[in-house]
Ligand binder design. Structure first.
Ligand code: ZN
Length: 184
């Protein structure tokens, strides 16, 4: 178990384009495993490499047991549109309504180097889109209207002091009644 620090809004790494993975190295497998540990410890349902200060094109998700390591993921098909509330482990305690495709098909590689395709709808589909956005420097707040974004940013101004140097230390707590399932 190795829990990484999570970078929060304001850290430039969250706005960087990631670099495609060319080889599944032991270091990359360790990153995937650490990212799962970190995501579970933070009680999130998805986590992308920039959120732990890395630039590899890698994300992990686990939505009700739909557990995937997404290496070089690409959305190859989308359908429909749906609105729903989103949060982000990198913008703790801030939420907003985002319109996403209601169904996506994602092509990716797993940590064993195998290519696969996965289809996502509802929360899982939303999570896939949210994490793939992270890999291109995009955050859910970018989708908010100017007014909503302004109110979210003023909320964040009051919260960000809790995260010196844009670092969120994840403390492993015993699973209690307070689950924050909305943070991706
Ligand atoms: Zn996020």
């Amino acid at each position: 178990m190795n829990i990484l620090d999570i970078r929060v809004l304001g850290d430039p790494v969250l706005r960087k384009e990631t670099v495609a993975v060319t080889e599944i190295t032991p270091d990359l497998r360790k990153l995937v495993s650490d990212m799962f540990d970190t995501m579970y410890a933070a009680e999130g349902i998805g986590l992308a490499a920039p959120q732990v200060g890395r630039t590899e094109r890698v994300a992990v998700v686990d939505v009700d047991g739909a557990k995937y390591a997404l290496i070089n993921p690409e959305i190859v098909a989308t359908e429909g549109s749906t609105r729903g509330e989103e949060g982000c482990l990198s913008i703790p305690d801030v939420f907003g309504e985002v319109t996403r495709a209601s169904r996506v098909v994602v092509r990716a590689t797993n940590e064993s180097g195998e290519r696969y395709e996965v289809e996502g709808t509802e929360l899982f589909g939303r999570c896939l889109q949210h994490e793939i956005d992270h890999l291109h420097g995009k955050l859910f707040i970018d989708y908010l209207s100017v007014l909503k974004r302004r109110s979210v940013m003023s909320q964040w101004e009051k919260l960000k002091g809790d995260y010196p140097d844009f670092i969120r230390k994840v403390i492993l707590e015993k699973a209690g009644p307070h689950h924050s399932e909305g943070e991706l």
